[in-house]
Design a protein around this ligand. Structure first.
Ligand SMILES: [Zn+2]
Length: 267
């Protein structure tokens, strides 16, 4: 069985004290491949170093998360493009809209997203999207992100042109995302006791449209809530996916890994 963690932040300082041991443990757990998300200018070179240390096992997404918008300016686009051109680059991202944290105005966030998106078509790579709704009515990150993607011109050779990572939206958001050619990222939140609505939405979306992720060091599955998350928890998330879909763990692994390769290509 080969599992893929499609969304990890292994360069987070939470791993600094024991990164090599964490990496060994990931591979021992059957998670043979990881997409490292380098989503701030200060993380791009770190992502390259991690991928170089684990060739064929760690690939990278490069981009600017809305929370890091203030560390980026348009003059840095050529630098981002040069990272996107590297062999270890499999996607742009994560990029998107966040109304939960103070990540700038709607207009600023849409501009930051819009400045990065042309790199997908330029390098024939998908995008990893972040969307988090705010607490106030009308702060609908999914609606604003999905509406802006109506005009996105990237057309991939494979099934998916991007992923709504850490999907937490409604069924209407999921449906709109699928119609736009986006996969849905399923992580530890899928295992949380009271998350029935998310499980129903993901089941409706279908096993053929989901990829597994951790978003580590955040969002560990139910058994490890409050602790540091890492990609070795992917089999636990996969087991819950298998149970909910009524398939074997092998099937869940095989299908979600195939989906990850439809999204990022084989790496
Ligand atoms: Zn992330």
């Amino acid at each position: 069985m080969l599992f893929v963690d499609t969304h990890a932040h292994l360069n987070d300082p939470a791993f600094d004290a024991e990164r090599p041991a964490v990496m060994d443990n990931i591979f021992a757990a059957g998670v043979g491949k990881v997409v490292e998300i380098a989503c701030a200018p200060g993380e791009w070179a770190q992502g390259v170093r991690l991928a170089a240390a684990y060739p064929g096992r760690v690939a990278c997404a490069f981009g600017v998360h809305p929370e890091y918008g203030k560390t980026f300016s348009l003059s840095m686009l050529p630098e981002l493009a040069s990272f996107m051109s590297l062999p270890c680059a499999v996607a742009l991202g994560e990029a998107g809209i966040d109304y939960w944290w103070d990540a700038g105005t709607r207009e600023e966030q849409l501009a930051l997203l819009g400045s990065q998106l042309p790199l997908c078509a330029k390098f024939a790579k998908p995008a990893v999207f972040h969307a988090r709704n705010g607490k106030q009515p009308g702060q609908n990150a999914y609606a604003d992100l999905l509406a802006s993607l109506e005009r996105w011109d990237y057309r991939p050779a494979r099934k998916f042109r991007g992923v709504l990572h850490c999907f937490s939206g409604s069924w209407a958001d999921a449906r709109a995302g699928l119609d736009l050619g986006l996969a849905l990222g399923v992580n530890g939140t899928f295992t949380y006791k009271n998350n029935h609505g998310l499980r129903d939405t993901i089941k409706k979306a279908g096993l053929e449209n989901i990829v597994l992720e951790t978003d580590c060091p955040y969002l560990p599955p139910q058994s490890a809530r409050g602790k540091r998350n890492d990609p070795s928890f992917i089999p636990e998330i996969a087991a819950r996916v298998a149970a909910e879909f009524g398939v074997s763990l092998e099937d869940a692994a095989q299908k979600t890994t195939a989906n990850a390769f439809e999204l990022f290509g084989q790496f």
